[in-house]
Ligand binder design. Structure first.
Ligand code: AMP
Ligand code: MG
Length: 424
């Protein structure tokens, strides 16, 4: 059976980023990756500016830091100074205001005493350039301030705004359709009748998509009936990524693999050596011929490699909630990260077991666990859990510890590989 590593390699081979798009500078871009170099359109700061409230003066006027000077102007932030400061003079200045002509230092207001039209200064540490932020100290006009590939967080937002770059090329967040399947599954707003259960996977997977940087869309609950299932899957295939839960194993009413094949989805694997969630399907749906034609026109027009549009990636996850969750974290999340040009494997850490945890399993098992940073590094403690239907057992966890197949004592202090699920 295919190993998780081999299966992931197959997924990542297909997860090619789409062409960049232009977005207005807004929080919707948070966490996306910049797809252009950004150049400053001005010097920052654009003028020599005061870093303190106080008095702008000539440091050569001070004797042992003292002088009594005549106040010639008051310069609030946002005003341009009009008067040159001469020897024996000073201008009152506010933080952020431009430095007037003739001045080489600002003495903070706490070291000044105003006496009518004069100011008495007492600043023994005064020296040239004191409390003046020189023009272009942070950036020069024409300088590249952000490189393509930067992840957009608060500092990048602030820099984009500072240089007036409000229409930004980014790697688009993939649109991800989530489809639940199963005759027994009812909407969470309903009270389940006999034999029915609520659709917990839908809500869970939508949240996982959002946390992984995708744009989630719920497609509904498909019945275990070929025509209905086909219509709903066909709609879901319009997205960049389609996630199905349930109906993917070998039962009589596990119709998903057959319907996907009918719809032209090429299955690249259907079983992975892992627990929970062995029956897991990954496939790709190529684009329609007309889209392919558009692509070749784009290629003739000199479009770059990344311009090639990608097929819809299809993940059929098993229905048990924890199987769905683990399948998402192991395969879908890395794929979404790759699509937005983030490192797909950044979510693994090594951690030391805090207590003995003897465990026997016939397949590599991803066990819910609590990962914590301690003085000596990461520690991990498996949480009580009875298996793939036990979503409650996962709730206190923030990670999955990988327990290799076989019968192992796993003594306290042993190092395990752990998949974080609470980071981005
Ligand atoms: P399946 O993979 O369709 O054979 O489903 C395996 C188990 O997961 C069954 O007990 C289902 O009832 C359950 N299950 C399937 N889909 C969901 C869902 N959307 N929410 C919660 N449980 C589900
Ligand atoms: Mg089912």
């Amino acid at each position: 059976m295919l190993s998780v590593a081999a299966a992931l390699a197959i997924v990542l081979e297909q997860a090619r980023p789409r062409s960049p798009v232009v977005m207005p500078l807004s929080p919707d871009m948070l966490g996306l990756v910049l797809a252009e170099d950004v150049v400053s359109d001005l010097d920052m700061p654009p003028f020599d500016k005061a870093m303190m409230d106080g008095f702008a003066l000539r440091s050569s006027d001070l004797r042992d830091g003292r002088a009594e000077l005549t106040i010639v102007e008051e310069i609030p932030a946002g005003k341009t100074p009009t008067v040159e400061v001469k020897s024996g003079q000073a201008s009152r200045i506010m933080t952020g205001a431009p430095i007037p002509q003739g001045v080489d230092a600002v003495v903070m207001i706490e070291r000044c005493e105003i006496a009518g039209q004069n100011v008495r200064v007492n600043e023994p540490r005064a020296k040239p350039r004191m409390n003046i932020l020189e023009r272009a100290k942070e950036m020069r006009v024409g300088e590249v301030v952000l490189r393509s590939g930067a992840r957009l967080g608060p500092a990048e937002f602030g820099l984009l705004a500072a240089v007036g770059h409000t229409r930004v090329h980014v790697q688009p967040a993939p649109r991800v359709a989530v489809l639940s399947t199963g005759d027994e599954i009812v909407d969470p707003e309903q009270k389940p009748g006999p034999g029915q259960i609520r659709n917990s996977n839908g809500a869970m997977l939508l949240a996982q998509v959002a946390r992984a940087g995708g744009v989630p869309r719920f497609c509904g609950i498909a019945r275990d009936e070929p025509t209905h299932l086909r219509d709903m899957i066909a709609a879901g295939l319009q997205a960049d990524v389609l996630i199905l839960s349930g109906g993917v194993s070998a039962g009589k009413l596990d119709l998903v693999p057959g319907v996907l094949a009918e719809l032209g989805v090429e299955a690249l694997f259907h079983k992975v050596a892992m627990k929970p969630g062995k029956p897991i399907l990954f496939g790709v749906k190529g684009r329609e011929p007309e889209a392919q034609a558009r692509e070749s026109v784009a290629a003739l027009a000199g479009a770059s490699g990344s311009e090639r549009s990608t097929p819809c990636l299809v993940f059929g996850l098993p229905g048990n909630p924890v199987s769905s969750m683990v399948g998402f974290e192991l395969f879908v999340r890395p794929a979404l990260r790759a699509l937005i040009k983030l490192d797909p494997n950044a979510c693994w850490v090594k951690a030391r077991l805090t207590k003995d945890f003897p465990y026997r399993t016939d397949r590599p098992t991803y066990h819910p666990a609590r990962l914590q940073m301690a003085d000596a590094g990461w520690t991990v403690e498996p949480t009580p859990w009875f298996g793939s239907p036990d979503l409650r057992g996962v709730q206190p966890a923030n990670a999955f510890a990988l327990l290799p197949e076989g019968d192992h004592p796993h003594p306290a202090g042993e190092t395990l590989m752990v998949l974080r699920v609470d980071n981005d």
